[in-house]
Design a protein around this ligand. Sequence first.
Ligand SMILES: Nc1nc2c(ncn2[C@@H]2O[C@H](COP(=O)(O)OP(=O)(O)OP(=O)(O)O)[C@@H](O)[C@H]2O)c(=O)[nH]1
Ligand SMILES: [Mg+2]
Length: 554
Amino acid sequence: MREAFRGGDQRVDPDLLLGRLDAVRRFLAAADGRLPDAQLVPAHTLVERAGARLALSRDHTVVALAGATGSGKSSLFNALARLELSPVGVRRPTTGVAHACVWGPQEGAARLLDWVGVLPRHRFVRESPLDADDEAALHGLVLLDLPDFDSVQRSHRLEVDRLLGLVDLVVWVVDPQKYADRVIHTSYLREFHRHRDVTLVVLNQADRLPPAELPRVQADLRRLLDADGLDGVPLLATTATHPDGIAELRAALERTVAERQAALRRLAGDVDGVVAGLDELVGTARPGGPDDATADELTRALAGTAGVPAVTEAVQRAYRHRAVASTGWPLVRGWRRLRPDPLRRLHLPGPTGDAADPAESLVAATSVPDPTAAQRSALGLAIRAVADHAGAGLPAGWPNAVTDAARSRLGDLPDALDRAVAGSDLGLNRRPFWWRLVGTVQWLVTLAAVAGLGWLVLGYALRALGLPELDNPRVGEVPLPTLLLLGGLLAGLLVAALTRPVVRWAARRARRRAEQRLNAAVAAVGQEYVLAPVRDVLTSYDEARDALRDAARR
Ligand SMILES: Nc1nc2c(ncn2[C@@H]2O[C@H](COP(=O)(O)OP(=O)(O)OP(=O)(O)O)[C@@H](O)[C@H]2O)c(=O)[nH]1
Ligand SMILES: [Mg+2]
């Protein structure tokens, strides 16, 4: 039967097991909050149980006798203990709560049983001076007699299921009458196919079979076990009521106890099961992250909601407004200045570059018009596109996490966009040098015209009063005062006319520059509020996939 222990010679390295458990923990850290909680329950349970079991005595091996009612679990328990510890009965089911018997040192076993949840009054100690060294080979064994798992009592089943999740090794006890029952195979044995190296099957009450029948029944049972995925597990025939009928079982338990491997093998099997269950949650895909095209589309949609077109339009008009106010014909300038500045109307920096009230500029600083329904839906679609693209090819659960992340800060977007627009340098803070130059020229020619006018008025006044006339110098045929007046006026109009197309061209350029800056600011908002959360999920996915790969390493 030695060779029947599948993988029995394969020792589980405790450090490797701890590394695998740590990888499961890393997986959970990456997947928590990303994937549905229900899918992570088995991994959480494993991490918690394994942590608890490994912190308890590794010198003890917890072995459970599990099986249908009347199969002889309590009889085997008593026979192994060589005492009448657990009541054996004809009325079924007899055992309602787990009983435990500890061989050897009690140190550590008590805490182990506290954790397993066997009440102190159902614990026994197999240690007596009379035993001499008879029982030494089983030192370290903690044997549990479980209630029946096919019980009419629901509480028995729940207790069995709970304990089967905690013990290190399970001895499945079947009898010649019920060994083929569907429940034991479909609900229990099949579920333990990952725990073949910590599973023993016992055909008890072998004495009830005619000797010639025994091999046939054993072969039939073996066939059923193979179908359960338990090929290779040891199958022993026992007779609990005869002292020699359990020798093989005893020997198998002695070996198990001496190896001190069952606890580690059990947990390694648990990790295998959890990893296999999580396999569909991580694929081999390496997500590339949001691509440039969808990111650009997002920036465009964000710019629309942020009112960038309205602001750039206002920048162009403000440039013209301010340029004309600085370079126009001085007599018209004052009138220009009375008209409101297009940017000021949006509560964006005025002609002097002063922003609105700084407290006000923290939230909803601008009066940029609210986005239209169309702009809002364009933004929704752009965010969807980012999520769809970034989540494409990811296994179940993750695309949803990506979509949730992309939308996670949607509520903060309006304020962030408004701050980005309000905080952008629109390029209108400085008065260009050429404005001042043209402005000065305009003043000079206006001064000349005013001086000419004054001169002429003074000449007429002197003539009217009969006073001596001024000496009027002439330039060619034209008197200087007339030249100053007409020349100044004409030059002013000419300069204004020549400046106009330049202003228009420069205003368009100012608009393009402002647009670039605003788009950059809006793109930064998109990065922070949409793309970064998406990237975080993709990083989590990468971490989860790598962690699971490490957890799968045997
Ligand atoms: N002939 C024979 N009878 C056995 C053997 N093992 C157990 N019995 C009898 O089968 C009956 C049931 O045994 P238990 O040990 O109480 O069975 P159990 O599996 O503990 O049953 P529950 O506690 O109800 O789950 C008792 O009358 C035992 O004496 C055996 O190997 N041979
Ligand atoms: Mg019993």
